[in-house]
Ligand binder design. Structure first.
Ligand code: NAP
Length: 254
């Protein structure tokens, strides 16, 4: 007879923080619990966390709640990206319905400093409307699925950075694609922007350290940054680092 499954600690992942958390949970509780990381399946070669990985949507909040029950999930840590609001809301509802404690692990936001020229917008359509007056050669670092917002920017040349090279042509009219995954450093970001004669950076206010260097590079080069403001954090308990997440898990499982 197969050994019974151990109860689980579930991480909703897709971020570097989720990978680091899986590592820390495996070290602390890997013999008592299964550590499961859930990925949406958006990238071809995601970083592989320690422990178990499941991939693909759950099918909504109710299905996620059922998953929590059938897999005996003791705690769920939502370590998804700050802009991934659909899954975070599903996690909040599913945790409440299944009676499973849920924590949000959310990287710290970026704060502008002296010399930064950051212009904040509520969404990428608003950024696209502003682009013609802001620059002609744009470094665009938003997700593959969000590029359509720029389809009417016909006077603009885009340098698009993505994790995977695209297998279909991009919806932006004039573009060059480079691939890369953070962390990036300021000197190489400056070199890239200089080489491509970039005059404006477009990004989302994701926060954290892995992709911060482009902002420092833009400041040093005197370039404006058009940035989508970060959504409000999900309701409920929320921490900004792995140690605080571990302390919360410890409170729940002991
Ligand atoms: P989203 O809009 O919040 O979620 C859309 C749907 O994708 C969810 O309802 C869920 O499907 C599924 N999903 C999302 N994350 C999942 C996960 N970790 N495990 C299983 N299913 C998941 O998400 P998104 O903004 O498209 O982001 C998708 C993933 O990419 C997230 O895991 C996020 O951490 C990562 N990511 C996002 C961004 C960003 O800018 N949005 C940047 C970097 C990484 P069901 O309803 O079927 O369960």
């Amino acid at each position: 007879m197969p050994a019974p499954e151990r109860p689980a600690l579930l991480i909703l992942g897709g971020t570097a923080e989720a990978v680091a958390l899986a590592d820390a949970l495996m070290d602390a509780w890997g013999t008592e619990y299964q550590v499961i990381t859930s990925l949406a399946g958006r990238t071809r070669t995601p970083r592989q966390p320690r422990g178990r990985v499941r991939t693909g949507g759950f099918g909504g909040a109710e299905s996620l709640a059922r998953y929590l029950v059938t897999h005996e999930v003791r705690v769920m840590i939502d370590a998804t990206h700050p802009f991934a609001r659909g899954i975070s809301e599903n996690a909040r509802r599913a945790g409440a319905n299944a009676g499973v404690p849920r924590l949000a692990l959310l990287r710290p936001p970026w704060e502008p400093g002296p010399g930064d020229d950051w212009r904040l917008f509520s969404n990428l359509n608003a950024v696209a409307a502003e682009l013609p007056g802001a620059g002609r050669r744009v470094f665009l670092t938003v997700g593959r699925t969000e590029l359509a917002a720029f389809r009417d920017c016909r006077e603009t040349r885009f340098l698009v950075r993505m994790i995977d090279s695209p297998d279909v042509s991009l919806p932006v009219p004039s573009s060059e694609v480079i691939t890369g995954r953070g962390p990036f450093d300021v000197e190489s970001e400056k070199g890239l922007m200089t080489e491509h004669k970039i005059d404006v950076l477009v990004c989302k206010a994701s926060g954290g350290s892995a992709t911060r260097a482009k902002l420092d590079a833009a400041r040093e080069l005197g370039l404006p940054v058009l940035m989508v403001a970060r959504p409000d954090p999900p309701a409920g308990p929320c921490v900004a680092d792995i140690d605080a997440a571990l302390a919360w898990v410890r409170e729940q499982v002991t």
